[in-house]
Write a protein that binds this ligand. Structure first.
Ligand code: SF4
Length: 385
């Protein structure tokens, strides 16, 4: 089935500071303070009282901020909070950061550890599932606690943070396993660490001869772009090749600040990819994904994956049918630049790994004859020599 989206909307960049929040509690904050990532971390919105001054809360949100706290804390940087529409509870930024009562209703399929990351953990802090790469947890802090987080079982829990001894144990494991060539430095968000701490970890990894590349999994570009300082970029330059996987979910997140942060990282030699999560009511619309991916390409960020929302506990209200993702890919493939078309994957429950579930363009295959369908729904035959 062909999907026509019509003309793309013009790409606009908004400066984030108070685009929506006339009642903002940060109006008097000086520019240099606002741009200081430490200040942003310190001043996060973590209580009902603070949030009440930022948005007009619904009864559902008001209840959820209190009742969901035991499951997963709330934390929102002033920068990200200022992107929320104070009057609209369906605002995509608000839905990602303000708790709703949906978090307290559990579906039968929900799992505490949906990707079985703890099961494939040879030492605390390392998930080693695929032959040549590992996931390395360095912190469980994040600037914003995303309500759809797959690791909410430990993110935002200060008692589960990676202690120094755990980091050393993880580094020793990587050094011992010569098959590991790719390390995903993750968390939480590794950019929650200080530059010095990160420099130490990356330096130790770079000194291991069989580690060829590492990837930083960070949402700071989205939730705290002020974190991408010149000092951070200079430090990362010393550890190249560095890949950065980030997590934009909606074009509203592509602000002027995020553009600047991505430019600094790209100019510093980092290769940036985006991993969007498909979320009901936020981005399960082909037009939104197309606009997002066009903006990302302008930011020198390659749309890399769209993830089907996984089976983490208390996020069933965000889940869409798998077909919604396939429809989005069909709407992109051939209709816009191939670089704007990511892979759509299900990260399979119980440690099955990422499985592509993209639309099929093979109509039939008989012997050496392949009948294929193009993006416009027309069939073509390719005869193998
Ligand atoms: S930044 Fe990532 S790890 Fe942190 S809360 Fe959001 S989704 Fe979870």
């Amino acid at each position: 089935m062909e999907i026509t989206l019509g003309a793309a909307p013009p790409v606009s960049h908004v400066r984030s500071r108070f685009p929506y929040a006339p009642r903002s509690i940060w109006k008097g904050v000086a520019e240099d303070q606002w741009n200081d990532w430490h200040w942003q971390q310190r001043e996060r919105v973590t209580s009902l009282e603070q949030l009440d001054h930022v948005i007009r809360l619904t009864d559902d949100e008001r209840r959820a901020v209190i009742e969901a706290d035991a499951q997963f804390h709330m934390g929102i940087t002033p920068y990200y909070a200022a992107l929320m529409d104070p009057e609209d509870p369906t605002c995509p930024v608000r839905l990602q950061s303000v708790p709703t009562m949906g978090e307290l209703s559990f579906a039968a399929a929900d799992l505490d550890d949906p990707l079985a990351e703890e099961r494939d953990m040879p030492v605390p802090g390392i998930t080693h599932r695929y032959p040549d790469r590992v996931l390395f947890y360095t912190t469980h802090n994040c600037p914003v606690y995303c309500r759809h987080c797959t690791r909410k079982r430990k993110v935002a829990d200060p008692t589960s943070a990676a202690a120094k001894s755990q980091i050393e144990q993880s580094l020793a494991y990587i050094a011992l396993h010569t098959e590991i060539r790719d390390v995903v430095v993750s968390g939480g968000d590794p950019l929650s660490l200080s530059d010095d701490r990160l420099d130490y970890i990356l330096g130790r990894l770079r000194a291991i001869p069989h580690v060829e590349i590492f990837r930083l999994g960070t949402r700071n570009l989205v939730t705290l772009p002020q974190r991408i300082t010149d000092d951070l970029v200079a430090m990362l330059k010393g550890h190249q090749p560095v890949y950065v996987n980030t997590h934009f979910n909606h074009p509203r997140e592509c602000t002027g600040e995020a553009f600047d942060a991505a430019r600094r990282l790209a100019d510093g030699g980092c290769v940036i990819g985006n991993q969007m999560v498909l979320l009901k009511g936020i981005n399960d619309d082909p037009r939104i994904v197309r606009e997002l991916n066009h903006k990302l390409l302008m930011m020198r960020i390659r749309p890399y994956y769209i993830y089907q929302c996984d089976l983490a506990k208390g996020i069933s209200h965000f889940r869409t049918p798998i077909e919604a993702g396939r429809r989005i890919i069909r709407s992109l493939r051939g209709h816009t630049s191939g670089m704007a078309v990511p892979y759509f994957v299900v990260d399979a429950p119980n440690g099955g790994g990422k499985i592509p579930v993209n639309p099929d363009y093979v109509v039939r295959h008989e012997g050496k004859r392949w009948v294929l369908r193009n993006f416009a729904g027309k069939e073509f035959t390719y005869d193998e020599p």
